[in-house]
Design a protein around this ligand. Structure first.
Ligand code: GLA
Length: 743
């Protein structure tokens, strides 16, 4: 009997095809009713822009307008976003699954293996507070009970809209977020020019421009830390296909996230543009247990009808108010010890640098790398990271002594840390090998002779916060911390996360932000610079905790013109640390005049980074003068409106100006980058942002004989903007700074 049954089973297996065997005997396909909703539009407005979402009777939400105010949003009630191809038009937050096959903002894998999500409108609400209108749109998947809130924070006077999403697992089983973008912005068919930023060490924020063509252009990083070294999570978009500083539409976008990001631009078969931006899903299928939610970082958008210049100014205004820690606060001029002393100093070196800084009129001294490590002294980049005790061989009197000395000379005092890192040659590496980012059985690769600490681990977060806390406690006279981060993630992995390695890249950044939050709760007033081998952590995720950034280790004034121009497209000049250093420049070997170096550095937060005793008396007198004049106009650099006049990427001149909000004062920077005969007097700088009817007295700064015939005289705003301003440059690497004051 037993044998016969076995034979029958074997026969059945042989005749039934393999794929049919897997199917359930009875298959019933149950569908869920989606409750109909009242069609409507949802209006998100700022003073000069409008975003309109349209909800159809099924509850599908589409973005039907972003740009200039279009009036009564009800006009968009029947706007047909997809024409005959409605199925293929992206929704406001497109999901993997359903009818849409383009870029997804949300991709979820459910416990039964299915990966379709369809989100429909359930309700929305609007809250108004202090200049920000928050619109929350609630969406739901009726099959899986997954919910998504799309949140739009409209910063009304600044014309900025922040977008983010909260994904909630309201089902009974855990799911996997394979992609959960911050936002998807759908724009109509057209020609789009994308300006984005690429770079490497010492070449940060270089501009790249491309017309978006069909299919997808992606800017992203997978570096983990140092996320902005290769690409920056920001862009400028020119609808219409031509970049202009002054005219036409421009949209600036930036993601507030300091880790792996991905921003994708897809032009579909109907020529529409869909921009999906958020955390990079690379190696990050994030587990979401039943009842849990995930909040994405914010995507920041602004639109302007006054070209890229207008979009930048909106972004800067927003950043000074909301995006940067104490944005717009005037931070002190400084002397940093790095390029002047590197690792080789003793107390005496520091005291003399402080004397020199004070005598030149600088306002702070910053002691850079090299002050710590006892058993493993930090005398090069090969040892000491992790051991944050003062190296008393170098500074036997201690940090408090040096800080007090700086204060006694009227200077503030700052100090360098790199708390996320460890040299193998340190006590920390020996004590806590399990704190190091690593993958089982694999080499822990080194970069700059150091390893990365695992900030997903709360014990490491405590340690990193402790480094900040203990360093500040070295002296009551510490006013400034330079927070560095000199390597990226390699062989990613966290001993702490065990078999949940998908959390690594996301929770590293969240861990970093936890530390920053604690830092700011305890130390709101300390000025903290965000440095990462120069400008490799320049993003709005970190800036909300930091006062300024070190835009690049490249201090060559020529290189800085492009780096600062690029940075200024999306980030405000008040965050740009910019230093005068020695020549030949330590990174490029270029030799430029001291005045040119001062004039370039003075368009950001001015500092010096050299050994002052190498300066001649004449050079010191020039330094004195430049620092004094900078103090007279720096309120404009920190809080004025930026107008970029001519690009270092084109022609012979780079020029820019800052104008006070009441338009009564302005400072103009002109740099001659290449000299050709026609540079002499032929070039007219058309100033912008001035009041045409006001009269301005124009005075050149930092020189005795001016390069403009009109120096010291008074002209109307219309004359200065209309073609009358033509200073003469007779050599490459010469420059001029003019102060304009209404009379
Ligand atoms: C990085 C920073 C520099 C300096 C060095 C010190 O390269 O970007 O400014 O602080 O580290 O090691």
């Amino acid at each position: 009997m037993k044998f016969r049954l076995l034979l029958l089973a074997a026969l059945l297996v042989a005749v039934i095809p393999a794929d049919a065997r897997k199917r359930p005997q009875k298959f019933s396909h149950q569908t869920f009713d989606i409750p109909a909703v009242q069609p409507r539009v949802i209006d998100v407005e700022t003073s000069g822009t409008q975003l309109v979402l349209q909800v159809d009777a099924k509850g599908t939400v589409r973005t039907v307008h972003y740009g200039a105010p279009a009036g009564d949003p009800a006009q968009f009630m029947e706007f047909d976003a997809g024409g005959q191809h409605n199925f293929s038009a992206p929704t406001t937050y497109p999901t993997a699954g359903g009818t849409f096959n383009g870029l997804d903002a949300l991709h979820v894998k459910y416990s039964d293996g299915s990966q379709n999500t369809e989100l429909y409108y359930t309700s929305h609400e609007v809250q108004v507070r202090d200049g920000i209108t928050t619109t929350t749109v609630h969406l739901k998947d009726y099959v899986t009970s997954l919910e998504a809130d799309l949140i739009y924070d409209a910063c009304v006077p600044e014309d900025v809209i922040l977008m983010h999403a909260v994904i909630r697992n309201c089902g009974k089983k855990a799911v996997e977020l394979r992609n959960a973008a911050s936002a998807s912005l759908n724009l109509p068919a057209g020609k789009y020019l994308l300006t984005h930023f690429y770079g490497g060490w010492a070449t940060e924020m270089q501009m790249d421009q491309t017309i978006l063509t069909h299919d997808t252009k992606v800017i992203e990083t997978r570096r983990g830390t140092q996320a902005t070294q290769g690409n920056n999570p920001s862009f400028m978009l020119s609808p219409g296909g031509t970049y202009s500083e002054t005219d036409g539409e421009a949209i600036a976008g930036a993601l507030a996230w300091s880790g792996n990001f991905r921003i994708s631009f897809e032009i579909d078969q109907s020529d529409r543009l869909n921009i999906v931006s958020g955390i990079n899903p690379f190696a990050s299928a994030y587990p979401l247990r039943a009842g849990d939610s995930f909040t994405t970082p914010e995507m920041i958008y602004t639109w302007s009808g006054e070209g890229a210049g207008g979009a930048s100014r909106n972004m800067h205004r927003w950043a000074r108010k909301y995006g940067v820690w104490k944005g717009g606060q005037v931070n002190p001029t400084l002397l940093n010890s790095w390029e002047g002393a590197y690792f080789t100093f003793a107390t005496e070196t520091l005291l003399r640098m402080i004397d020199d800084a004070a005598s030149m009129g600088l306002e702070m001294f910053v002691l850079d790398d090299g002050w710590f490590g006892l058993e493993h002294p930090r005398n090069s980049d090969k040892a000491g990271l992790g051991d944050w005790e003062v190296n008393t061989d170098k500074i036997p009197e201690g940090i408090d002594y040096v800080a007090k000395y700086a204060h006694s000379k009227g200077l503030k005092f700052g100090i360098w840390i790199e708390p996320e890192m460890v040299n193998p040659d340190s006590n920390l590496a020996a004590a806590h090998p399990e704190w190091i980012v690593q993958s089982p059985g694999r080499d822990i690769y080194m970069s700059r002779n150091q390893w990365l600490l695992d900030l997903t681990n709360p014990a490491v977060q405590d340690f990193v916060f402790g480094v900040f806390d203990r360093t500040v406690s070295l002296s009551p006279d510490i006013d400034y911390i330079k927070w560095d981060s000199n390597r990226r993630v390699m062989s990613f992995g966290s001993p702490y996360l065990g078999d949940e390695q998908d959390r690594f890249f996301i929770e590293y950044v969240q861990g970093l932000y936890n530390v920053c939050r604690r830092m700011r709760e305890k130390y709101p007033d300390i000025i903290v610079q965000c440095c990462s081998s120069g400008g490799n952590r320049v993003d709005y995720g970190s800036m909300r905790w930091f006062n300024e950034v070190w835009t690049s280790d490249n201090t060559d004034a020529i290189s800085r013109t492009r780096i600062q121009w690029g940075t200024s497209l999306v980030y405000p000049p008040c965050v740009m640390g910019s230093h005068v250093s020695a020549v030949p420049n330590h990174q490029t070997g270029n030799v430029t005049p001291l005045k040119f170096r001062f004039d370039v550095a003075s368009s950001g937060r001015l500092g010096m980074e050299l050994q002052p005793k190498t300066l001649t008396d004449e050079e010191r007198a020039l330094a004195d003068r430049c620092i004094r004049s900078y103090k007279g106009y720096r309120d404009l650099v920190f809080n004025g409106d930026l107008y970029r006049l001519s690009s270092p990427y084109e022609g012979d001149f780079y020029s820019l100006m800052y104008v006070s909000p009441d338009r009564r004062r302005a400072v103009v920077f002109c740099y001659c980058l290449r000299f050709q005969n026609h540079s002499i007097g032929g070039h007219v700088f058309r100033l912008r942002g001035l009041d045409p009817a006001l009269k301005y007295r124009v005075t050149e700064q930092n020189v005795d004989g001016s390069c403009w015939w009109g120096d010291g005289r008074t002209f109307s705003g219309s004359f200065l903007s209309g073609g009358g301003f033509n200073p003469v440059f007779r050599e490459a690497d010469t420059s001029a700074v003019f102060l304009l004051e209404a009379v």
